[in-house]
Design a protein around this ligand. Structure first.
Ligand code: HXC
Length: 258
């Protein structure tokens, strides 16, 4: 399918989404986000795909929500339409998503990256939440997910000043990203990791993702319970039988995602 603001392709078992609105530094218009969600849902439903990568351009992953589109919004319209509520749809995706961030990931761009499961950064990546300078605050998870990634003091500094950004090295130090790579190798590196994930059994990958995400939501006790139920349930899959048989027979497993 053709989209107006994104490019979609497959690399083996990996679905690659490239944000492609260069004249606005990939500012996330409502329509752009509708397209991201649609592409993600379609990869999620595709049995030949096991993981996804989202990237932007070398200059910008995404420079935030589209300021020009929202500047005249009113509270009551936002409230009635649940303005930008649809962004959160991507957190319902079951397959893992890797953000490959080159250049600016500001405001909603940083929040989009944080809604992904893994973030890799190119050497020139810049992460920030400048919303306060526009008279607003982050609206798609910045005040919640950034704290969990970098801790309270740094998150406060970033969000309250709007001007303290993290470069790639700092983002790595704080644990916001898990790897920094040269810009021109970033997408390949993300696709490589996504391919590795896609070669595992999908039920176990998806339950692992869901269990890890539970840790952000529920008490330790409840999270451990979810984990154990998932673990026990996986013994009902063909992949568990295959994985353990392959180990005892000293061969590589072939997972069927069943
Ligand atoms: C709309 C944007 C935009 C944005 C850039 N552009 N960011 N348009 N919304 N968020 C447009 C510019 O208006 C310009 O278009 C073109 O992209 C190129 O941008 P420049 O500013 O000329 O580029 P540069 O000088 O290199 O500066 C890059 C930049 C700057 C530092 C990233 O563009 C910038 O500060 N952008 C805004 C960042 C921001 O405040 N993000 C938070 C948004 S609020 P024209 O037509 O003028 O050439 C948000 C809320 C999230 O994200 C809530 C989610 C629910």
């Amino acid at each position: 399918k053709q989209y107006d603001n994104i490019l979609v392709e497959t690399k083996g078992k990996v679905g690659l989404i490239t944000l492609n609105r260069p004249k606005a530094l990939n500012a996330l218009s409502s329509q752009l986000f509708v397209e991201i969600n649609e592409a993600l849902r379609s990869f999620d439903a595709d049995k030949d795909i096991g993981a996804m990568v989202i990237t932007g351009s070398e200059k910008a992953f995404a420079a935030g929500a589209d300021i020009k589109e929202m500047k005249d919004n009113t509270f009551i319209d936002n409230y009635k339409k649940n303005f930008l509520g649809h962004w959160a749809e991507m957190t319902e995706i079951k397959k893992p998503i890797i953000a490959a961030v080159n250049g600016y990931a500001l405001g909603g761009g940083c929040e989009l990256a944080m809604m992904c499961d893994i973030i890799y950064a190119g050497e020139k990546a810049i992460f920030g939440q400048p919303e306060i300078k526009l008279g607003v605050i982050p609206g798609a998870g910045g005040t919640q997910r950034l704290v969990k990634a970098v801790g309270k003091s740094k998150a406060m500094e970033i969000i309250l000043t709007g001007s303290v950004n993290l470069n790639a090295t700092e983002a790595l130090q704080y644990g916001l990203v898990s790897k920094v790579v040269p810009a021109d190798q970033l997408v390949d590196e993300a696709v490589k990791t996504a391919s590795k994930i896609a070669s595992m059994g999908q039920p176990s990958v998806q339950m692992a993702k869901e269990a890890i995400n539970k840790s952000f939501d529920v008490s330790l006790d409840a999270g451990l319970r979810w984990e154990r139920i998932f673990f026990q349930a996986l013994f009902g899959t063909a992949d568990q039988k295959e994985g353990m048989a392959a180990f005892t027979e000293k061969r590589k497993p072939t997972f069927t995602n069943e």
